[in-house]
Design a protein. Structure first.
Lengths: 112, 169
């Protein structure tokens, strides 16, 4: 699984660099992020800049990540969604549950 | 009416090209809006992903029927009945009844019983049904919300699961 991470102050930025955010990697991605949360990261930005499609398995992984952050008063911001993936969030009404922002700058504002 | 079918692969990494192929073929026959294209893609992704996750044999077929005002996508794959996941919840139901079933603690759906082996998934927002927002599984929920009608049937004789999704153009 191709993922790039970097820190901006106390914020962890994760770039999903796979074209397909799907069943094959959903669990692996979830475990990676949950490990980061366990290590103390509670402000996360996940970028889907390189992702063409995202399926329900991956959506479930994101929900699981969010559920783990909430009790820690953590925050997760999702950025760089293409139209198809944004449509998925809108149809499931998860655009009202997740913080979705158009850019890294707006995501950083949200977390500072 | 124009029909075409595509053989399903059991490999998640090939879903992307499969879907592009299906959309291309649909658009050769009928013009569809961006919104409908997005929804068809979402549904094809979920039908294929569910097929891979739950079938004994990860092969099957998708049949796309295109008419002037509607598109029908039928997924057929062999395996045990999908209804076995909620079997006991259906035991005491009557035909025509609408019930809430749980595939897991947070994965609830409202279905209408059409007959013993056929049901329709109902859009919770259209019917004001309670639905868990933070589910652990979204596949069926996505297909229900993104389509105009979502049906399931089990063909006992051929041991086939048949999912039918309808869109109005």
């Amino acid at each position: 699984m191709n993922v790039q991470e970097r820190n901006i102050d106390d914020i962890l930025l994760i770039y999903m660099q796979e074209r397909d955010a799907n069943l094959a990697i959903a669990d692996q991605f979830k475990q990676l992020v949950l490990q980061r949360i366990e290590s103390g990261e509670t402000k996360l930005i996940i970028s889907f800049k390189y992702v063409s499609y995202l399926d329900s398995s991956f959506l479930g992984a994101l929900v699981s990540i969010l559920k783990n952050l909430l009790p820690l008063q953590g925050k997760l911001v999702i950025i760089d969604l293409n139209e198809d993936i944004l449509s998925l969030f809108e149809i499931t009404r998860l655009d009202k549950v997740f913080l979705l922002r158009e850019s890294l700058e707006k995501a950083l504002e949200e977390l500072k | 009416m124009v029909k075409f079918d595509l053989d399903i692969t059991g490999q998640p990494e090939l879903i992307h090209s499969f879907i592009n192929d299906a959309i291309f073929k649909i658009e050769q026959i009928v013009s569809i809006s961006d919104k409908l294209r997005h929804r068809i893609k979402l549904i094809l992704i979920e039908l294929l992903t569910n097929s891979i996750k739950h079938s004994l044999i990860s092969k099957g077929k998708i049949i796309v029927s295109v008419e002037q005002k509607s598109i029908k996508i039928t997924l057929i794959n062999k395996g045990t009945s999908f209804l076995s996941a909620i079997g006991k919840q259906l035991d005491i139901c009557n035909i025509g009844e609408v019930i809430e079933v749980f595939f897991s603690e947070t994965n609830n759906h409202h279905i209408k019983i059409i007959d013993k082996n056929k049901l329709e998934f109902l859009n919770p927002y259209e019917h004001n049904f309670r639905t868990e927002e933070l589910k652990d599984h979204y596949g069926l929920h996505i297909i229900t919300l993104a389509s105009n009608c979502f049906l399931y049937e089990y063909d006992i004789e051929n041991r086939e699961n048949i999912f039918i999704v309808l869109f109005e153009i």
